[in-house]
Ligand binder design. Sequence first.
Ligand code: URA
Length: 417
Amino acid sequence: MNILDIIAKKRDKKELTKEEIEFFVKGYTDGSITDYQASALVMAIYINGMNEREITDLTLSMAYSGDVLDLSSIGEVVDKHSTGGVGDKITLILMPIVASLGIPVAKMSGRGLGFTGGTVDKLESIPGYNTNVPVDEFIQNVKKIGISLIGQTLNLAPADKKLYALRDTISCTESIPLIASSIMSKKIASGANKIVIDVTCGSGAFMKDVESAKELARVMTKIGELAHKETKCVITDMNEPVGYAVGNTLEVIEAIDILKGKYLPKDIKHIITELGANMLVLANKAGNLEEGKAKILENLQNGKGYEKFVELVQNQGGDISFIENTDKFAKAKYIIPIIAEKSGNIVKLDALNVGKLSVYLGAGRMKKEDDIQKEVGFIFHKKVGDKVEKGDVLGYIHSNDEEKAKQVLKSQIYEIM
Ligand code: URA
């Protein structure tokens, strides 16, 4: 077997065998297959697709390309994953609530890449919070307090790590076989028994329309079934940013305010109840979705989710005085208002545009090794559908660089009609 024949086969729209897929994944992981050969094959997959059998073989091959975590000593773990977006702080809000309802949460999250944010960067905005703990401590934490949220410290699905980085540099991110195998390989390797996936859909997501989001959901559900991991997908809107804050510290503060019961944006209420209810049903903690939604809201409103979040931060070494008093978080040097230039209704607050502008301000990274500025980003006061008057403050740009803030202000953030 050789890689040139495998590339040619997919280039010519033929089906790859399990052995050929395994040969590729193993060779790319150990370095015997080069980046340019992998790029050619990935582009051929992007253009010509894969059938379900090929996607499953690719997923399993990537899942077993490194360590596979054994969480059986914790019990039944229901994991949650999002296909990515802008302002997505759902893990920070939902997972403590779920843990407070007695479902063990053992979750490894990623960093932001491109215009999308990542939970690990957000957690690291909390002074002292350690996202990098060894696996036995991670498992001990879950046994002790029912929750641990950390980064991908283990050698989990290294084939996906390499392929994901490669895809990002050759314009091959938005592909159903490649996204489905990337996500499901990580979920299988991270040891969850059951999985709930937030399939985001819209300008700020990889899936731009509902039909593709449905197809991605169908494929991931099927892979889960074949891998004996019950999987539920929920399609959520990502045309505008989630909630009112975008940027690492700003999102952490919004998550804390929501857990404290200060307010609950409509979109966040929808996402946490939909995902949470599915998690509770899968874990047999709710008889149906309606009961599950009620339980999620109950433990948000009675403060049990907040208490669990505080316990989580303390247990990971974080300074909880920042959680108790969010005014302690460092602020950006310049906080500049976005003013409505005319009266009307907000018709657009484009998530992709906001994500790209946040990266420009320094909130995200374009390359894995880039540094980020935790305190920069946006606070929006108005969202799509809101009526505004000329001169109203629509939101604030948080920047450490005045020139950059001015540039951002010049770009069209809101569309008013
Ligand atoms: N998230 C992942 O983990 N992989 C993808 O390919 C896309 C989103």
